[in-house]
Unconditional design. Structure first.
Length: 454
């Protein structure tokens, strides 16, 4: 039986056994793991990500800098820029490389913004595997286990169809032996439930199902930061959760910087008789005023060209950026305001300064078990749909060339192999970024390159 045929046959029976997954009509009445305090702050983090600091504007022409976006994108790139994540099964690995790896940078950034993301693989009727991502904006966490992994929650998806907005609620629950899923569709903003088939995008989805598993079929990726906003909450916080005030000061300083040019731009003030009664146009050099009519021409014309304090304002912005760097754990000088380019980031990370390195390593330690869980979840899902899958551990390498000389690291590991302190296959796995099994297959019969006998 082909994979596609197997999938179609299983889909018909997938709806059995969805016990305990409720038909949720009113999301506002659900007791979730997100307290009102956390909900308010989470909304604030996403608003800041969009460039809207939820504090009083200090200038008429308030001009925020995209610091939250830039800093989360910068760290996300460092964490995932050289990542190698491969499953031992070639078929599953093909879909991982095609549909997951290109999105890891974005997933990392969304995690830093909202505190967490949840990732789940799913198989289409054509047999292709994709990876869906929920954030703290569109996923409602209900229950978490001892390690902070979500065991019950609801994915939310909204679409516009024929002038109306509909919301799909995908309820997930793990009980230790089975993972249950239930799909319902609603007219957004109401308690009116509609059939999934009403919306073409959802027409092929089944109402409910269950999969035998010993782990939740959704992987939780969370920031490593302690929650000091709600001490009773199990949820993590944003990268900049404790930097809102600093971000506001950066925007205030930048707004003052731009206002300086408006206030101090050169002008010529002249008696209206000199300008033949013509009024000055805003932003023009010439501005009229009422004179006494008896002054000399020289007295009736005054120039105004003060020295613009550009450097002082730039220094104020960069001072606040230094404080922000300390708060989020990156090296001093990572972010700089330049009058020609705006907000810029460091061109390289200095290995001498371990601040950024430590933060990136911390985030990679958080990501590693997520990838390991995704490997197991994807394998479980594929087997459930009748695919034959090769066993083995995934290969996960993050790469450190941003922080260290890879040539030096190569020589160091090569010497460990020659000294018998590192296995040749482990060296190959690191260098080529492949699973250990494949690295072992790549070895020649006699590893002369590593000092073996002829």
């Amino acid at each position: 039986m082909s994979v596609i045929t197997k999938i179609k046959s299983l889909l018909n029976g997938l709806g059995k056994g969805g016990d305990g997954v409720e038909n949720i009509a009113d999301l506002s009445k659900i007791e979730t793991a997100q307290s009102p305090t956390m909900k308010a702050r989470t909304d604030e983090w996403w608003s800041i990500f969009q460039g809207n600091i939820p504090q009083e504007k200090t200038h008429k022409h308030f001009a925020p800098l995209p610091v939250a976006y830039t800093s989360t994108a910068y760290l996300a790139q460092l964490v995932t820029g050289e990542i190698k994540f491969e499953l031992p099964d070639e078929g599953l690995n093909f879909f991982v490389q095609k549909n997951l790896i290109p999105n890891l940078d974005r997933i990392m950034q969304l995690t830093l913004v909202g505190g967490y993301t949840v990732i789940k693989p799913y198989i289409t009727r054509s047999g292709e595997i994709f990876f869906d991502v929920g954030t703290s904006r569109d996923f409602k966490p209900i229950s978490l286990d001892e390690n902070g992994h979500i065991t019950e929650g609801i994915f939310l998806e909204r679409v516009r169809y024929k002038g109306k907005i509909y919301e799909r609620r995908e309820h997930h629950r793990f009980d230790g032996e089975y993972h249950f899923v239930r799909n319902t569709a609603w007219l957004y903003g109401t308690r009116q439930q509609v059939e999934l088939s009403t919306i073409p995008r959802w027409a092929m989805l089944l109402p409910e199902g269950q999969i035998p598993s010993d782990i939740p079929m959704i992987a939780t990726f969370r920031t490593p930061y302690a929650n000091n906003i709600d001490l009773n909450s199990e949820l993590p916080v944003s990268l900049y959760a404790n930097s809102v005030g600093t971000l506001h000061e950066i925007d205030r300083a930048h707004s003052e910087y731009l206002a300086e040019f408006r206030k101090m731009s050169a002008k010529v003030f002249a008696d209206e008789t000199v300008l033949h009664g013509k009024k000055g146009i805003p932003d023009d050099y010439f501005v009229t005023f009422m004179g006494d009519g008896t002054s000399t021409a020289e007295q009736q014309i005054m120039t105004y060209a003060p020295q613009i304090r550009e450097e002082a304002h730039k220094a104020a912005i960069n001072t606040e950026l230094r404080l922000y760097e300390v708060q989020i754990g990156v090296s001093s000088g990572t972010f700089t305001f330049d009058s020609q380019k705006g907000l810029v980031t460091a061109t390289q990370v200095l290995s001498e300064d371990k601040t950024t390195y430590n933060t990136v390593a911390q985030l990679q330690r958080q990501l590693r078990p997520v990838l390991e869980a995704l490997s197991k979840i994807t394998t479980t899902l594929a087997r459930f749909y009748g695919m034959e899958v090769q066993d083995g551990e995934p290969a996960i390498e993050f790469g450190d060339s941003v922080f260290e000389d890879t040539g030096t690291e190569f020589n160091r590991r090569f010497q460990l192999v020659q000294a018998g302190l590192l296995k040749p296959e482990e060296f190959n796995a690191w260098y080529f970024g492949v699973p250990l099994e494949k690295a072992r297959e790549m070895l020649p019969e006699m590893t002369t390159a590593f000092g073996g006998d002829e």
